[in-house]
Design a binder for this molecule. Structure first.
Ligand code: GLA
Length: 719
């Protein structure tokens, strides 16, 4: 059992970590320790300073304590804890937003409970349940800790039940709260913007409150919910590293506060884009947040997350070959023509590309981004014999077929909007703002979700579609659901996500054989909520390899390579230059490979090169999808990006060195392959040269090139 509940102590063990709470005077669980496994006598003494001056206190068994300096499992607003708190609940009748949830009982069970309507982690696990009660509001709080022993991950969420006769409103909801001791910490976060998402930033954590958040209704290109808190001296190989993420795709808040008594770390829905009315007898479930720890540095914390995402979040697709797609978007944009599409499919099939994806522009009046979105009917002029016949023809070329959809949105110039102007998010008297000429459907309205199910069902019924690309191309403004009653308008964004997840669940059941790739203008919803339903995510709309290395490097902190859909494109004439084409390919094999350019316009030799690339990629695809990933060089800091991947027994290793800019000084980089087994001999599968594991551990030397865009990979197998 990884959970032990004693009268004075509750502890959780995973393969390499230990999490301990101490029962203060037998009645209040106080956070004591989270870190590497240590023995009982090494545990810190519970740090309870006497309440400081100015700190309000309470008494247990005659002893004074203050919430102002106790480390807590969950904290409440208004009752003496002046740090950022996890939960703020308003009693609407009395106007008070003070609560004091007192611990009542703890129990554990194998497996986990379902979180109704929301995505959550699954697999072999055990769960700890702590139950608290607030006497005045008569509400019960259930804290859940689901323990994934093998991957060193603890997942947390809460359920709040209103058992009383008052109406309550949740004003702030944080799913995970962790109080760490005072120390010197750095924050690693993934920041960016559209077309340049998730670049890794490392900043010292200074005193004060630091909030990483999205108010956009999606987890966003700008601030990803994933972050790490690491020891100031930690590096890829050594030092304490804590990593956190949120299994949710909407607005969120990561809050990190360094104050007089240590560091408080929280992840949840926050307090700006969320409130929730809890009537008598109702309960509310927060989304799940997850955390891991490693004493072996930032790299191992990333690998813990990779293992966890692969085993407990992603749909089961680990050992399956991924499709290698040719996507029509960058080749023709909205200019869809049936014959051209069939020619694309035919040419693609000859190269070893196995799936042709028809992107935007195939339905309703969608000839550009100004019209037709929402009308999920193939345009009759484009497909006079219907979509089914066209897809049959694609298949007859010996290739699978995929298609683009964006179910959550509508153009005002569409039949759907003309029929239902009340089905979009809008606030009272104001005209909602447009973005990319589109409005956001009110997914908080079950009628809208049901309509979409019917519409997609009718559109794709009986058609053999092997892959869907599900897009979402704007952020929310005027984010008020016309459907919800006045007192529930603050629930719009949360209920929007429930509607989206409902549609995803239906979709996966309705089209069980099709693979789903998520997208939001590239990586605007690159999060664990989306990953629950999608095998991979379109990493970024930026297909210029030079910028992609930063995006892929940043993404690797929290997300496994198997999620990062990577295409070789022709956005800067890469196909006219063999060196560039090779560089793009070396960059793209950081995840599932695909292509995105006009295959009818490239020289025959480009197609030969693509065939060879595909053969090479397939020869080590398993490693890319399932291997252990080690970062070696950070493109932002080191002028090059380098990494390696190994299989679980280190008998196969793929090493990549990628250099964006010319380096006239020809810097010599040494890539040390720490995981190589010293006693083994490794054969380079291209040159057949043999290198000992010891030599790989000592490092491969690479001289930086004087020209731009230089990439090499080495693939070794043990003899
Ligand atoms: C988004 C996607 C692109 C493409 C377009 C189509 O921007 O990220 O890949 O699908 O939409 O409109």
């Amino acid at each position: 059992m990884s959970i032990s509940i004693l009268t004075d102590r509750i502890s959780i063990e995973t393969k390499n970590t230990l999490y301990v709470m101490q029962m203060l005077d037998g009645v209040l669980p106080i956070h004591l320790y989270y870190g590497k496994k240590i023995s009982e006598d090494q545990l810190p003494a519970i740090a309870i300073d006497k309440p400081r001056s100015f700190s309000p206190y309470f008494k247990i068994n005659g002893k004074k304590y203050s919430f102002d300096n106790l480390k807590q499992e969950i904290s409440f607003y208004g009752y003496g804890d002046f740090r950022a708190t996890a939960l703020r609940v308003l009693d609407i009748t009395s106007g008070s937003d003070v609560t004091n949830y007192k611990f009542n009982r703890a129990n554990s069970f194998s497996g986990r409970k379902e979180i109704l309507g929301l995505p959550y982690s699954e697999g072999k696990c055990e769960t700890l349940e702590l139950v608290y009660e607030d006497e005045v509001t008569q509400s019960e709080l259930y804290l859940y800790y689901t323990v994934f022993f093998d991957t060193d991950v603890i997942a947390r969420y809460f359920v709040l039940k209103n058992n009383g006769n008052k109406e309550l409103k949740i004003l702030k909801a944080m799913s995970l709260s962790l109080d760490l001791p005072d120390g010197e910490y750095d924050l690693i976060s993934l920041r960016g913007k559209y077309n340049y998402e998730r670049t890794a930033h490392r900043d010292p954590i200074y005193g004060g409150n630091h909030r990483i958040m999205s108010r956009r209704g999606s987890s966003s290109h700008h601030f990803n919910p994933f972050f790490m808190v690491v020891d100031r001296n930690a590096d890829e190989e050594t030092g304490d590293a804590y990593a956190f993420n949120f299994v949710y795709s909407g607005s969120f808040l990561d809050e990190i506060e360094l104050g007089q008594d240590g560091l408080r770390i929280m992840t949840g829905l926050g307090d700006e884009c969320f409130s929730y009315l809890l009537k008598q007898g109702e309960s509310f479930s927060s989304p799940e947040a997850v955390m891991t720890y490693s004493e072996k540095g930032i790299g191992q914390a990333s690998r813990n997350m990779h293992n966890f995402v692969r085993s407990s979040i992603l749909p089961d697709s680990r050992d399956k070959k991924r499709p290698i797609v040719l996507n029509s978007w960058e080749a023709v944009y909205f200019d869809i023509d049936q014959q051209v599409m069939l020619d694309f499919a035919e040419e693609a099939a000859k190269t070893g590309i196995d799936t042709f994806v028809m992107d935007d522009g195939w339905f309703g009046a969608r000839r550009n981004d100004k019209a037709g979105l929402g009308d999920w009917t193939p345009t009759p002029e484009l497909f006079p014999e219907g979509l089914a016949k066209f897809v049959e023809k694609v298949h007859s070329k010996g290739i699978n077929f995929g298609i683009w959809i964006e179910p959550e949105m509508v153009n005002p110039d569409s039949d759907l909007y003309r029929a239902h102007p009340e089905w979009v998010l809008r606030d009272g008297g104001r005209e909602p703002l447009l973005s990319r000429n589109q409005l956001v459907l009110d997914m908080a309205n079950p009628e809208v979700v049901e309509y979409l199910k019917k519409s997609l069902d009718k559109c794709f019924d009986g058609i053999d579609i092997n892959y869907f690309k599900w897009d979402m191309n704007r952020n929310m403004s005027n984010a008020i659901s016309p459907y919800l009653p006045v007192e529930r308008k603050g629930e719009t964004q949360y209920r929007y996500m429930l509607g989206v997840y409902d549609l995803f669940r239906w979709f996966k059941k309705r089209f069980p054989d099709a693979m789903l790739e998520n997208c939001s203008g590239g990586g605007g919803r690159y999060d664990l909520g989306m990953m629950k339903y999608s095998t991979q995510i379109w990493t970024s709309d930026n297909t210029e390899a030079k910028y992609r290395v930063h995006i892929q490097h940043g993404s690797s902190y929290g997300y496994p390579m198997s999620t990062m859909s990577c295409h070789v494109s022709n956005c800067h004439g890469q196909c006219e230059d063999e060196r560039m084409l090779d560089y793009c390919f070396r960059v793209a094999i950081n995840g599932p490979l695909g292509y995105e350019f006009n295959i009818l316009k490239v020289e025959p030799k480009v197609k030969d090169i693509i065939s060879k690339q595909i053969e090479e990629y397939r020869s080590y695809e398993k490693l890319i999808l399932n291997g252990d990933f080690y970062r070696l060089k950070n493109p932002t800091v080191d002028g090059c990006y380098a990494y390696y991947i190994t299989n679980s027994d280190q008998t196969e290793i793929l090493i990549a060195y990628l250099q964006n800019n010319s380096d006239p000084s020809e810097t010599e980089h040494i890539l040390k392959i720490f995981s190589a087994k010293a006693e083994l001999n490794y054969r380079n599968t291209v040159t057949n040269e043999i290198l000992s594991g010891a030599a790989l551990r000592a490092g491969i030397k690479v001289k930086a090139d004087t020209a731009e865009r230089y990439g090499i990979t080495w693939h070794f197998v043990a003899e």
